[in-house]
Design a protein around this ligand. Structure first.
Ligand code: CA
Length: 460
């Protein structure tokens, strides 16, 4: 496993809240973020790192000379840390690891504070996360959404094709589509219910379509891979090198309008059912931080085809997976008013069982010469496990299967602690995605939250 001194579980920080063993943000994690900082009467985007209940202003550290290395004669590191985009750091090979180690050095419990100036910097560079406005941690000029969970693809496929849930290409080619980056929002921003064209009911196929607010609004629990180093157009990234292009992972909610999707998706795939909003968590947990939580690629069933050579690498098969526990929670408006905590909808470690690794997604995406850019977002597709409580969207969670006659049984509503039920999301519902990694002998690290509340559709 790719681990080093920065993963030492005995490390502690002088930021006391970082030493909570159940927290997401110990000094071994140091996920990347960007946030609004005010100085000189203006608002600027600053790069930061989350530590405990605080955010460390990394741009301010750069300003104070904390990243002035002898080896970095031209001052590349400080200049990159004044950018508004962490992916520029990830674009330089090995640099993220250097910056990570230096940030950790600043935060370690037994680090010398560096006199009065150092103590002042400790105070000045730290701000409460609860009072911070987070921005996109990377540019995310392009966004691709995959369909890499075989459990999700099988369950959803069985709704439409009971005898043949997986299409013949599924086990050969990572399926994906180009999403829309302009509507990616950061956790906490509200999401407006989309309006759109919906086809006639199943039992009245001859009726004309209608237009109106989506009535089958869903979330999709996904993991996003943020690209650090890009590739030149026409120059594919080989599978053995693909992992080096990954900056880190975040949480993604790929909001989905199922009624719009059902009517529009053939023959060219998702369009307006998906591109109205995608919510990301404000933090990128770096590939460096995730080192201890690598795991083998999903073991395919005997009889499944071997991937073509451009998708097959021994090291990737050995440790190309990530062992992450993912959760989806729901809090309705009524639950909020009554002071009730969110209800758990699903929890699973199914990200270990994705049919394709992140490296395979990157190698495939660039295999035709397509150029990825620093900051691009590649989402995994809905992450679902085989169990009933492991499904990553309402479309799957409320699916009741088929009756003896082969016809779908009525969907089974989710029952909430408030006594309310849900087939799909109502206005005022808030979806909260969470993720964390645990392994014996290492500090637990987490992804924070990816949170979004549904607002009513715009007036006609
Ligand atoms: Ca999706």
């Amino acid at each position: 496993m790719p681990t080093n001194d920065t993963h030492d579980p005995t490390l502690r920080s002088w930021v006391e809240s970082a030493n909570d063993p159940a927290g997401d943000f110990p000094v071994q994690n140091l996920p990347l973020c960007a946030f609004e900082a005010e100085h000189d009467g203006h608002t600027h985007a600053h790069l930061g790192v989350r530590i405990g209940e605080s955010v460390l202003d990394v741009a301010m550290l750069a300003e104070a000379g904390w990243f002035d290395f002898e080896q970095d004669e031209e001052g590349i590191v400080p200049s990159l840390l004044h950018a508004e985009d962490w992916s520029m750091i990830g674009a330089v090979p090995q640099l993220m690891g250097v910056v990570r180690a230096r940030v950790q050095e600043f935060l370690l419990h037994d680090a010398p504070p560096g006199g009065q100036q150092g103590r002042r910097l400790r105070q000045k560079a730290l701000r409460p996360a609860s009072e911070t406005v987070f921005l996109h941690p990377a540019r995310m000029a392009d966004y691709t959404d995959f369909y890499a969970s075989i459990h999700h693809a099988s369950t959803v496929g069985s709704m439409f094709r009971p005898d043949n849930p997986l299409l013949p290409n599924y086990k050969h080619v990572p399926i994906g589509y180009h999403g829309r980056s302009s509507s990616i929002v950061v956790s906490g921003e509200p999401v407006r219910r989309p309006r759109g064209q919906q086809g006639p009911p199943d039992d009245k196929p001859g009726q004309p379509p209608t237009f109106g607010p989506c009535t089958m609004l869903d979330y999709e629990l996904e993991v996003g891979a943020v690209i650090g180093r890009g590739n030149n157009q026409g120059e594919p990234v080989g599978i053995a090198e693909a992992g080096q292009h990954l900056l880190g992972l975040c949480l993604v909610n790929d909001w989905s309008a199922r009624d719009i999707q059902k009517w529009e998706y053939q023959p060219l795939g998702p369009f307006l059912a998906k591109n109205f909003a995608t919510t990301i968590s404000p933090y990128i947990v770096t590939a460096d931080a995730l080192g201890p939580f690598r795991c083998p690629a999903f073991a395919r069933s005997a009889g499944d085809p071997t991937p073509l050579p451009y998708l097959l690498d021994e090291a990737d098969q050995r440790e190309g997976g990530f062992d992450i526990t993912l959760e989806a929670w729901l809090q309705t408006a009524q639950m909020r008013e009554r002071g009730m905590v969110p209800a758990l909808l699903s929890r699973s470690r199914a990200f270990r069982e994705m049919y394709w690794t992140i490296a395979q997604l990157i190698a495939h995406h660039t295999s035709n010469g397509c150029n990825l850019m620093p900051g691009d977002l590649l989402a995994s597709g809905t992450v679902s496990g085989p169990g009933a409580g492991e499904r990553g969207c309402l479309l799957e969670l409320t699916w009741a299967g088929r009756g003896p006659d082969g016809k779908p049984l009525p969907r089974k509503p989710i029952e909430l602690p408030s006594g309310e039920t849900r087939l799909f999301l109502q206005d005022g519902d808030e979806v909260i995605l969470r993720g964390h990694c645990e392994r014996e002998g290492f500090a637990r690290i987490g992804f924070g939250e990816c949170r979004g509340r549904v607002e009513p559709a715009a007036a006609e």
